[in-house]
Design a protein around this ligand. Structure first.
Ligand code: FAD
Ligand code: DHB
Length: 393
């Protein structure tokens, strides 16, 4: 089979790329390792930047998000029993949308199927070949049968554990990595959210986050040991720890409910440079991971793919190679700023066991500064709602 762009992975990056290319008449084939039910039920991100939401709407896949997503004009930082609001509306004029990543994925899969362009689930043994030539190939197996795709470009959108990054020749790519001495235990509970905005809590027992998915579902996270086994966290222990870390002096209290999902997420920062070799271009988690504290992972994937689709449009429409050549350096500007912000939010809010009293007092001073200085709060707000796409050009 022949196509213009072979897309590896049907996460937010791969599916949105397929949609953006379809909208300008560029053909693609999407290959996904897992089955549709798995992909549509993988609970992950929940915060959509202002510009990401705009991108989804313009791409024609934002209608349900606009109906069901929750618009948030701020967040709260909780420390020493007190909540402090960061007012995005007043500081930036922008907002974020709280809407589950898996809902976006469902919406984009439905949109893809409606285009009749190919999206193959449960593919195996994906192999990327001839990426330095003008006619790269992808070989894969599906239902025990081997298939070959010839294309102009391969988009590696297969996440952190995918195969695309490994298809770069040795020495053609460098990974920059940092790991953190903790992980996040995340739960979904059938409980009405006890407040309208997200609460990021710094506490001596560790970080906690109050979030939500809908008027009936609460999403919560706890800082835990890096290799924590969720089995060590029976429901009672989770609620007790959440109540302690999210306790406020004004008596605000979480609503409890049935825990319907529980999982541990490792925390790491990772960037692979460059993001292109020949005709293979990486996008999203395949090229970079941020710690989740800043809610940037999926938003970065969307920003990459937005740029990639523009580059491919210029290539096919105007025979211009410029966007392809500039793809990696341009994306990396935004990616490193997101790394900086996510790392900063992480150190602002987490408990680092090895920290000296000096570091703890410094962290308290920083929190106090962020909520009392309009300049500092604006810095947080403008990163959280998403830096403008153009300024990072
Ligand atoms: P993925 O979603 O990982 O998709 C890659 C796809 O490729 C997968 O479907 C995978 O099955 C498939 N694949 C893998 N290998 C192959 C192969 N060999 N062949 C074919 N297909 C393959 N981000 C935010 O922006 N905001 C948040 O609030 C946020 N919170 C998060 C909370 C948690 C608990 C977690 C885990 C992540 C969070 N993130 C958040 C990060 C966000 O989920 C990711 O950045 C996002 O999923 C990246 O999308 P992607 O399409 O690049 O990769
Ligand atoms: C959610 C996840 C995040 O990483 C974050 O910073 C805020 C919210 C969430 O899943 O709702």
């Amino acid at each position: 089979t022949r196509t213009q762009v072979a897309i590896i992975g049907a996460g937010p990056a791969g599916l949105l790329l397929g949609q953006l290319l379809h909208n300008v008449g560029i053909d693609s084939i999407i290959l996904e390792a897992r089955d549709r039910v798995y992909v549509e039920n993988r609970i992950r991100a929940g915060v959509i930047e202002h510009g990401s939401a705009q991108t989804l709407i313009e791409a024609g896949v934002g209608a349900r998000m606009q109906r069901e997503g929750l618009i948030h004009h701020g967040i709260e930082l909780l420390f020493q029993g007190q909540r402090h609001r960061i007012d995005f509306q007043a500081l930036t004029g922008k907002y974020v949308t709280v809407y589950g990543q898996h809902e976006i994925v469902k919406d984009m899969i439905a949109a893809r199927l409606a285009t009749s362009r190919p999206l193959h689930f449960e593919v195996e043994n994906v192999l990327l070949l001839d990426i330095e030539s003008d006619a790269p190939r992808v070989i894969y197996r599906k239902d025990g049968v081997e298939h070959e795709i010839t294309c102009d470009f391969i988009a590696g959108c297969d996440g952190f554990h995918g195969i695309s990054r490994d298809a770069f020749p040795k020495g053609a790519i460098t990974g920059y990595e940092k790991t953190y001495p903790f992980a996040w235990l995340g739960i979904l509970a059938e409980a009405p959210p006890a407040g309208e905005e997200l609460v990021y809590a710094q506490h001596e027992r560790g970080f906690a986050l109050f979030s939500m998915r809908s008027p009936t579902i609460t999403r919560l996270y706890l800082q835990v040991e890096p290799d924590e086994d969720p089995a060590n966290w029976p429901d009672d222990r989770i609620w007790e720890e959440l109540h302690r870390r999210l306790e406020t002096r004004d008596g605000w209290r979480l609503n409890e409910g049935k825990i319907i999902q529980k999982g541990v997420t490792a925390m790491r920062s990772f960037v692979a440079e460059p993001m292109r070799h020949g005709r293979l271009l990486l996008a999203g988690d395949a090229a970079h991971i941020v710690p989740p504290t800043g809610a940037k992972g999926m938003n970065l994937a969307i920003a990459d793919v937005r740029r990639l689709s523009q580059a491919l449009q210029a290539f096919y429409g105007r025979a211009s190679q410029q966007g392809i050549d500039e793809y990696s350096p341009q994306c990396l500007k935004r990616i490193w700023k997101a790394q900086q912000f996510s790392g900063w939010m992480t150190s602002l809010l987490h408990c680092f066991q090895e920290d000296s009293m000096f570091e703890r007092k410094r962290q308290s001073a920083l929190l106090d500064y962020v909520v009392n200085s309009r300049a500092a709060a604006t810095g947080l707000a403008e990163n959280y709602v998403g830096l403008p796409y153009e300024e990072t050009l």
